[in-house]
Design a protein around this ligand. Structure first.
Ligand SMILES: C[S@@+](CC[C@H](N)C(=O)[O-])C[C@H]1O[C@@H](n2cnc3c(N)ncnc32)[C@H](O)[C@@H]1O
Length: 226
């Protein structure tokens, strides 16, 4: 499969046997296959009845996603992470908490392939937390937020669905703000504190913890799909 929007690392440290078993077993059970047509009713993707579907793109080690699953048993989550070690870490958390497995599906390639596979207006939320920042100007074109991906988000989000974006890189925050402002389907939801306050029930991710240690200030933007 070609790499549409993925420029990151696929693999880090060698996997332990248990992690490899989880990739061979649990991931294959939960993995979505965008080469097969999606079900007419997307809620059929989930083992339990669900009231809404959320997507998290690039979940890293899955710190936020595990907590979101535990807090929201009636929301179906789709998590996307092409970095094998991140996926393995997340699977280990699922394996330790089998009660969370009924409302999660996974994908381990570039999220744009999954976005193009989804039927229109099916998602209530899309989360993009600490996407690879590509801080050098010559790499900005690699950023996940761009016009084509906002068009993809607009197609799969329901009216009033939310796109949440967190980053510690000021130029990426401004970039996202401007791209959404220039997009006919997205409106920023104002914040009293310049988007400095974390989302309700926010659990810091691994990447955010590093940013805070290094003295960078995160922003937590939320856009509404009109
Ligand atoms: C900087 S890390 C942040 C991880 C996590 N959200 C956190 O806050 O700890 C960005 C993640 O996005 C993933 N990523 C990059 N491009 C992607 C793409 N096209 N589709 C899905 N995930 C992607 C990377 O593999 C990486 O794990």
């Amino acid at each position: 499969m070609k790499n549409g929007n993925f420029f990151g690392r696929r693999k880090g440290r060698p996997l332990r046997p248990h992690q490899q078993n989880l990739l061979d077993g649990l991931l294959q059970r939960l993995r979505l296959d965008p080469t097969a047509p999606p079900p007419v009713d997307l809620s059929q993707l989930f083992a339990a009845p669900i009231a809404a579907i959320h997507l998290e793109i690039g979940f890293g080690g899955g710190e936020h996603l595990v907590q979101a699953l535990a807090r929201n048993p009636t929301i179906g989550f789709i998590g996307v992470e092409p970095f094998v070690n991140g996926m393995a870490k997340f699977l280990a958390q699922l394996d330790a908490n089998p009660g969370l497995i009924h409302n999660i599906r996974l994908y381990d390639e570039d999220a744009t392939f999954l976005l193009d596979w989804l039927p229109p207006a099916v998602l209530s939320g899309i989360d993009l937390f600490y996407p690879d920042p590509w801080p050098k100007k010559k790499h900005w074109k690699r950023r996940f937020v761009n016009k084509a991906n906002l068009d993809r988000f607009a197609r799969v989000l329901k009216p009033d669905g939310q796109f949440r974006f967190a980053s510690d890189i000021a130029s990426y925050v401004e970039w996202t703000f401007e791209h959404c402002q220039n997009h006919e389907n997205f409106t920023i939801i104002p914040s009293e504190n310049d988007w400095r306050d974390p989302y309700p029930h926010w659990l810091s991710t691994r990447y955010e913890a590093k940013a805070l240690r290094e003295g960078r200030v995160p922003a937590y933007l939320t856009f509404r799909r009109s």
